[in-house]
Design a protein around this ligand. Structure first.
Ligand SMILES: Nc1ncnc2c1ncn2[C@@H]1O[C@H](COP(=O)(O)OP(=O)(O)OP(=O)(O)O)[C@@H](O)[C@H]1O
Length: 725
C-alpha cells in the first residue's frame, strides 16, 4: 500500500526558532549574519576617503544605498523570517515541496538563501519569460551585484548569464530543458528549484519527470518545488513522499470583492470598474486580466479615450499599458517603470502572463473577470485551438496575489462568490493533457529517452496523443520507421522554435531560399507587425498595400522586414506605415541568432536575389516543407476545407490574398467568431507530391473529401496514385 502524505503527516511547520545550520562550513550566510549581529563584521577599506563600511561579501565592495533600502524590505518577508528552517530542511532532503502565500518571498528569497548557505550553482525555473527577467533583476539589485554576473537569467533568444560567474540563474523551464540537451544530468547545478509548479506547463512536467531520474543518478543534487497554490499531496507523492514545507504569512492584506450578480459583458464591466476606481478610490495602480492581444489592445484604446476625455475633471490621467507575451520584452518591461507623467495612475491590461511570480510595484487594485485563453488539443481531429474558458480557483488566487505585495490591495472579481465556488474548477488542467505533443516527444527523444510510454510523467498523457505526435514526427522526418531520431530530427530539436518552423529552415537551402526563410521564421516569432488603429483602419490598410505580395502573407511579412531594414530600422518610417517598430526590432534580433545557428550547423545561407522572378515561389515551397500538414483546398463560396481534419474554414480577414487560390498552406488555425486560417500562402498542388514525406501518399487517406481532392490534384498534375517512392 502506498502511503499518501497527508497535509499533517508530512507538513513541516516552519518555526522561527534558531538552530545551527547542518553544514558547519562558514558560508556567505554566516558572513551576512555576522554583519547584523557581530561587533566586527567584514568591513571594506576606506573608500574615497570615507570611513570603512560593511562589505558586500560577493563583490568585496561597499554596499550601495539602494542595498540598504531593499535589505530592510526583504528582511520583513515571511520567507526571510524562516530562513534557517528552510535551509536546514532543503539540506537534509533531496526534494522539498515548499508552499507559501503569494508575495511571501519564495521566488526572490529561497534561491538566494540557498546560495548563501553554500549551494554552488542554482537554477530557478519560471514558466514565463517576463518573470525570469524581472525576478533576476530584482534579486541582483537586492544582492547589490551586477545582473549577468553572480545572478543572471536565460530566456529564449536572450542569455544574460556568465558561464563561470553566474551561480544563481533564473531560467524559463523550456530553456532549462534545452540545457539538458548538452548536459543530460544537469551536472552544473547542485540545486534546482522549480517555481510556480502549479502552472504545470508542458516543460515543467517534462522537467519533473527528467529530474526524478537525475536525482537517482546524482546523490548530491537537491530540488525544491515551489508554489503558492500547488496540489500538495499530488506533488509530495510524486516525489516519493517528499516533505512539505509550509511558510505562512503574507506581506499585506488583499480585500476580495465579488460581483453581487452575474456579469454579462465583462469588457463593459471592466471599463466601469476602472472608472469607479479612478473617480472614487485613493491613488494606486490597476492591473486588469483579459484573455488576449485583441481584447487588450481594444481595452487600452477605450481606457485611453476615457482618460483623455476626463483628464481635466479627475486631475491625474491614466497611463494605460498592455502586457502580453507576444510583445517584445523591452515593451513588457515598461510596466515596471514609474508612471509617466509621475502623477498618472498606471493601468496595466494583461493576459495571464502577469498572473504568477511578478511584482509590479504600486499595484493596489486587481480586476479579474475570470477568463483566460486556454490551449485545447483534440487528438482525433488533430486540431489545437485556443478557447476562452473560465479560470481555475487557483488562478483566481494567483491573480489576487498580484496586489498586496508592496501595499494593501483590493481584488475585484467580476463574478459572484457562488460562481467562484461552484463554477470555477479548483485547479487548471495540466498543459500536457491538452496539447499537441510533437515538441515534447522530440525533446524526450533528443534527451535519449526512448521508452516514452513508461516515462514518469506526473499525469501521463493519453496514449492516443503520444501516437499522433510520433506519427507527425515521422511525417516530418524527425524519426524513422523504428521511431529512432534521425539526423534531421536532431537538428530540428536544436532550434528553439516550433518544430514546423525548424523544418522549414532546415529544408530551405534545398530551395535556394534560406535567407528569406530565416527572415520569415523571425517574423513568425514576433507579434503581428501590422498596426490597425480603429479610427485609421482605412489608412493603415492602404499603407499595408505597399508591401503586399498578392499570393502570400508569408512573403508579405518578408517584404515588410526588408523594407524596415532598407529604411535603417527607422521608427518614424514605421509610424508612417502603421508598423510595430518594436516587434520588427525584435525580429531583427531573432533573425541574427537564427542565422548564426544555421551557420553553426553548416547550412547554406542563400537567396535567389530580390529581383528573381521565382523568389516568392521558392519561399512558398519552403513554407510547405514545414507546414505540409496545414493545407486546405477551396470548397465553395468563401470556405476552404483543411486536408488534415476536414474542417471548413475561411481565410482570416487580415490575409492579403484576395483571389481564391484552389490550394493554400497556412500557419495557424484560429477560432474566433468563426473558424479561420491565418497567415496563408497559395501553393501548387503538384508541390504536395514532390515533398520528401509520405504525408501525401494517397493510400494514407480514407475515402472522403480530402482524398477526393488529392486524387483530383494528383490526376491534374500527372502524379501517380501514390506519391510514395
Ligand atoms: N520588483 C519589485 N519591486 C518591489 N517589491 C518587490 C519586487 N519584487 C519583489 N518585491 C517584494 O518582495 C516580495 C516577495 O516577492 P516574491 O516574488 O519573492 O514572492 P513569492 O512568494 O514568490 O510570490 P508568488 O507566489 O506570487 O510568486 C513581494 O511581495 C514584494 O513585497
Amino acid at each position: 500500500m502506498t502511503h499518501v502524505p497527508s497535509e499533517d503527516s508530512h507538513k513541516i511547520q516552519v518555526s522561527t526558532a534558531k538552530s545551527p545550520p547542518p553544514n558547519s562550513k562558514r558560508t556567505i550566510a554566516h558572513e551576512l549574519e555576522s554583519m547584523e549581529t557581530s561587533a566586527r563584521p567584514s568591513r571594506c577599506r576606506e573608500t574615497n576617503g570615507g570611513p570603512a563600511g560593511p562589505c558586500n561579501p560577493w563583490t568585496g565592495k561597499p554596499f550601495s544605498s539602494l542595498y540598504y533600502q531593499l535589505e530592510e524590505k526583504r528582511r520583513a518577508l515571511p520567507v526571510f523570517q524562516e530562513r534557517e528552517r528552510i535551509v536546514e530542511i532543503v539540506k537534509r532532503n533531496r526534494v522539498v515541496v515548499l508552499q507559501g502565500e503569494t508575495g511571501s518571498g519564495k521566488t526572490t528569497q529561497v534561491p538566494r538563501l540557498l546560495l548563501e548557505a553554500g549551494f554552488q550553482r542554482i537554477a530557478c525555473t519560471q514558466p514565463r519569460r517576463i518573470a525570469a527577467v524581472s525576478v533576476a533583476t530584482r534579486v541582483a539589485h537586492e544582492m547589490d551585484v551586477r545582473l549577468g554576473e553572480l545572478v543572471g537569467y536565460t530566456i529564449r533568444f536572450e542569455d544574460v548569464s556568465h558561464p563561470k560567474l553566474t551561480r544563481l540563474k533564473y531560467v524559463t523551464d523550456g530553456m532549462l530543458l534545452r540545457e539538458a540537451f548538452q548536459d543530460d544530468r544537469l551536472s552544473r547545478y547542485d540545486c534546482i528549484i522549480l517555481d510556480e509548479a502549479h502552472e504545470r506547463t508542458l516543460s515543467t512536467d517534462v522537467l519533473m519527470g527528467l529530474l526524478k531520474g537525475i536525482l537517482k543518478q546524482r546523490p548530491e543534487l537537491h530540488m525544491v518545488v515551489m508554489s503558492a497554490t500547488l496540489e500538495r499531496d499530488h506533488f509530495c507523492t510524486y516525489f516519493d513522499h517528499a516533505p512539505l514545507l509550509n511558510v505562512s504569512g503574507r506581506m499585506h492584506p488583499v480585500d476580495i470583492r465579488f460581483a453581487e450578480r452575474p456579469v454579462f459583458d465583462y469588457l463593459f464591466a471592466v471599463e466601469q470598474q476602472v472608472r469607479q476606481i479612478h473617480e472614487n478610490e485613493p491613488a494606486g495602480d490597476v492591473l486588469i486580466f483579459l484573455t488576449g492581444e485583441e481584447e487588450i489592445e481594444d481595452m487600452c484604446s477605450r481606457l485611453r479615450h476615457y482618460s483623455r476625455a476626463t483628464a481635466r475633471k479627475h486631475g491625474a490621467p491614466l497611463q494605460v499599458l498592455p502586457l502580453y507575451s507576444a510583445l517584445p520584452m523591452s515593451v513588457q518591461e515598461r510596466v515596471f517603470e514609474p508612471p509617466r507623467p509621475p502623477e498618472a495612475r498606471k493601468v496595466i491590461v494583461a493576459t495571464n502572463v502577469a498572473e504568477t511570480s511578478i511584482t509590479i510595484d504600486g499595484i493596489t487594485y486587481v480586476i479579474d473577470p475570470g477568463f483566460a485563453k486556454v490551449k485545447i488539443y483534440n487528438p482525433s481531429t488533430r486540431v489545437e485551438s485556443l478557447l476562452v474558458s473560465p479560470i481555475s480557483q487557483d488562478s483566481a488566487r494567483q491573480r489576487a496575489g498580484r496586489a498586496g505585495r508592496t501595499r494593501p490591495g483590493i481584488c475585484y472579481r467580476l463574478y459572484t462568490e457562488e460562481a467562484f465556488r461552484t463554477e470555477l474548477p479548483a485547479r487548471s488542467h495540466p498543459e500536457i493533457l491538452r496539447s499537441n505533443l510533437c515538441n515534447v516527444v522530440l525533446t524526450l527523444k533528443k534527451l535519449g529517452i526512448h521508452d516514452l510510454i513508461h516515462f514518469d510523467f506526473m499525469d501521463p498523457p493519453a496514449p492516443d496523443t503520444m501516437i499522433r505526435a510520433l506519427e507527425m514526427l515521422f511525417y516530418l522526418g524527425a524519426v524513422d520507421e523504428e521511431v529512432e531520431l534521425t539526423q534531421l530530427g536532431r537538428q530540428m530539436a536544436e532550434f528553439p522554435l516550433d518544430i514546423q518552423i525548424a523544418r522549414m529552415l532546415l529544408e530551405s537551402p534545398r530551395h535556394g531560399s534560406s535567407n528569406e526563410a530565416i527572415t520569415l521564421a523571425a517574423m513568425l516569432s514576433v507579434p503581428n507587425v501590422f498596426l490597425r488603429p480603429r479610427q485609421q483602419a482605412d489608412e493603415a490598410d492602404a499603407r499595408k498595400q505597399r508591401f503586399v505580395v498578392s499570393d502570400s502573407d508569408h512573403a508579405t511579412l518578408v517584404r515588410v522586414f526588408e523594407a524596415f531594414m532598407d529604411h535603417g530600422c527607422d521608427r518614424q518610417w514605421c509610424a508612417e506605415n502603421y508598423l510595430n517598430d518594436r516587434a520588427l526590432m525584435h525580429a531583427v534580433n531573432i533573425r541574427r541568432q537564427l542565422e548564426l545557428m544555421m551557420q553553426r550547423m553548416g547550412l547554406r545561407i542563400c537567396s535567389p536575389g530580390r529581383r528573381a522572378p521565382d523568389r516568392w515561389i521558392r519561399l512558398r515551397r519552403c513554407v510547405l516543407e514545414g507546414f505540409f500538414s496545414q493545407t486546405a483546398f477551396w470548397m465553395r463560396r468563401r470556405d476552404y476545407l483543411t486536408i488534415r481534419d476536414e474542417q471548413l474554414v475561411g481565410l482570416h480577414p487580415s490575409s492579403v490574398i484576395r483571389h481564391r487560390p484552389s490550394w493554400v498552406v497556412f500557419h495557424e488555425f484560429v477560432l474566433t467568431t468563426g473558424s479561420y486560417i491565418r497567415t496563408v500562402s497559395q501553393i501548387e498542388p503538384k508541390w504536395l507530391f514532390e515533398l520528401p514525406t509520405k504525408y501525401y501518399d494517397l493510400l494514407e487517406y480514407k475515402e472522403g473529401a480530402s482524398r477526393r481532392a488529392l486524387e483530383l490534384a494528383a490526376r491534374l498534375t500527372g502524379q501517380r496514385r501514390s506519391a510514395a517512392p
